[in-house]
Design a protein around this ligand. Structure first.
Ligand code: FE
Length: 252
């Protein structure tokens, strides 16, 4: 039986959090999200080789004969990008990532036949049209990658936040108690996020959106406006990265 979570379903428009294929072993747990609008699909941060076959077949099952139109790569990390070549070779989808990473991602092994379908997102973001649904590709630079984007879906009102909001450890798919959840996010954000200024810029963009759900790439999702607001204000006040980095000495 499938353990996929349907985050939103209006018939013509579906948002699916795929079954967790990566858990176990040393690889970090990672979520793969799928947006389908009128039979056209976008897979977000599809992951690496360990999950490629299963994520691809789950994606095709959900598309029910529809077309995968886009691969969205929030940033350049291996748990997001490593299997991009397989996706480009076996589907007709175009892959979108920050222009900063266009010349680095081919080192994961992008075949010459498909490299033109790896397309850069400019720093200011863009709109991607998925069969008439206008998905906002929102700048979230330095959270954590220097070239980093989130996706806002105006139909489901889900903000896909990549590594922002990631939690490591608890085996839950939805946050029920925000305060109890903080310890599972704090260490990751403190070390992987760059600094408070990036978080405040992001919070001011997020507050301009009508968000029902924030869905990160690792760990549990935040559902409902009160939980979304708690998360945004937690981020806004957080000191991370260069804000809290100690002045290291030389190693002994
Ligand atoms: Fe990352």
């Amino acid at each position: 039986m499938s353990a996929d979570d349907i985050l939103f379903d209006s018939g013509d428009h579906r948002n699916i959090l795929l079954e967790d294929f990566a858990s176990g072993g040393t690889a970090v747990q990672a979520n793969q999200h799928l947006i389908i609008h009128h039979g056209a699909g976008m897979i977000l941060d599809p992951g690496g080789h360990k999950v490629y076959n299963r994520v691809l077949s789950a994606t095709m099952d959900h598309l029910r004969g529809g077309n995968l139109r886009y691969l969205f790569l929030s940033h350049q990390d291996p748990d997001i990008v490593a299997a991009a070549n397989g996706w480009l070779m076996t589907t007709d989808a175009d892959a979108y990532c920050s222009t900063l990473w266009l010349r680095f991602i081919p080192h994961f092994g992008i075949d010459r036949l498909v490299e033109k379908r790896l397309i850069g997102i400019p720093d200011e973001g863009m709109v991607l049209d998925l069969a008439g649904c206008r998905l906002l590709i929102i700048p979230a630079h330095f959270l954590h990658s220097p070239g980093n984007f989130h996706v806002y879906d105006p139909i489901s009102k889900i903000l896909y936040s990549g590594d922002l909001g990631a939690s490591i450890g608890p085996e839950i798919r939805e946050v029920v108690d925000f305060d109890a959840h903080i310890p599972f996010m704090a260490g990751f954000h403190r070390r992987y996020m760059s600094g408070n200024r990036a978080l405040r810029i992001w919070a001011s963009l997020a507050r301009q959106l009508d968000i029902e759900t924030i869905a990160p790439q690792h760990g549990a999702v935040f559902r409902g406006k009160p939980m979304v607001e708690r998360f945004i204000s937690w981020c806004e006040g957080l000191e991370v990265g260069v804000d809290v980095m100690p002045a290291y000495g030389l190693p002994h």
